[in-house]
Design a protein around this ligand. Structure first.
Ligand code: ADP
Ligand code: ADP
Length: 229
């Protein structure tokens, strides 16, 4: 029941004569409902790994499977559809569309997945309310606080009930207290929907709250025992 699986996964960036090997031989699975932290120093390859898992970049070795589908075997269109249906993304920066309200931003992935507008509105509104943004539905991102924007981004990531949410330092831009609140809400939503979570972070305290911790170090991925996080 792996929702995301990496098989002998490797990435080397090449730009002309500049060759940067990032990692190789990565093997791991993320099971349904499981929450996994990926730790590592800056430059260890955490964002690269997340991009490969999300099909936003292609590996130079090995394979990624999402919901049982081999990413490299899909056309760009099919990969895009799988991404919108099976995965949710949350980044350090919210990436909400500035011209649209919070509600519209969260409705958009639902409409893109083929739902009609009233159904999309209903689901988006329910999710925004569950992260405390009921009074902010009609606000545009520029009219929201940093924490509110990230909560809207979390709602957007989860609104299509993805199998897995990929998070790249989703609370990295927030002050400590706001970060803790947004993080807890993200975990609660993940639990409620039984969505898996792969969370890239350099924050060991956050990592400890997840089911499993992996660490990228010198091109390898190792499992870290809870006591050692
Ligand atoms: P982290 O997220 O752990 O900080 P990254 O995945 O961003 O690490 O980067 C891993 C390594 O790959 C770094 O050495 C970085 O400079 C390099 N890198 C990242 N993106 C690119 C790119 N598009 N082209 C070339 N090198 C890159
Ligand atoms: P950057 O140069 O920092 O990658 P972009 O605006 O291209 O800036 O992307 C911003 C973030 O959005 C990056 O983390 C990127 O991986 C992610 N991203 C880009 N395209 C997509 C996409 N089609 N779906 C989901 N995330 C994307």
């Amino acid at each position: 029941d792996a929702v995301v699986r990496a098989e002998n996964l490797g990435k080397t960036y090449s730009e002309g004569k500049l060759v940067t090997p990032v990692f190789g031989g990565l093997d791991f699975e993320v099971h349904a409902g499981e929450t996994v932290a990926v730790l590592g120093a800056s430059g260890a390859g955490k964002s690269t790994l997340l991009h490969l898992l999300g099909g936003l970049d292609t590996p130079t070795a090995g394979e990624v499977y999402v919901a049982g589908q081999r990413m490299s075997a899909l056309s760009d269109a099919a990969r895009g559809q799988l991404r919108n249906r099976a995965l949710g993304f949350v980044y350090q920066f919210h990436h909400l569309l500035p011209e649209f309200t919070a509600l519209e931003n969260v409705m958009l992935p639902v409409v893109l997945a083929g739902s009609d507008v009233p159904a999309a509105r209903q689901r988006a509104q329910a999710l925004l309310e569950s992260v405390g943004l009921g009074p902010r539905l009609e606000h545009k991102p520029g009219e929201l606080s940093g924490g509110e924007r990230q909560r809207a981004a979390v709602a957007r990531a989860l609104v299509n009930h993805p199998a897995c949410v990929l998070g790249d330092e989703p609370t990295g831009n927030l002050d400590e207290r706001t970060a803790a609140t947004v993080f807890e809400q993200m975990l609660e939503l993940n639990r409620a929907q039984r969505t898996s979570l792969v969370l890239v972070t350099h924050d060991r305290r956050l990592a400890r709250k997840l089911d499993r911790v992996l660490e990228l170090h010198e091109g390898r991925l190792r499992e870290v025992a809870a006591a050692d996080v």
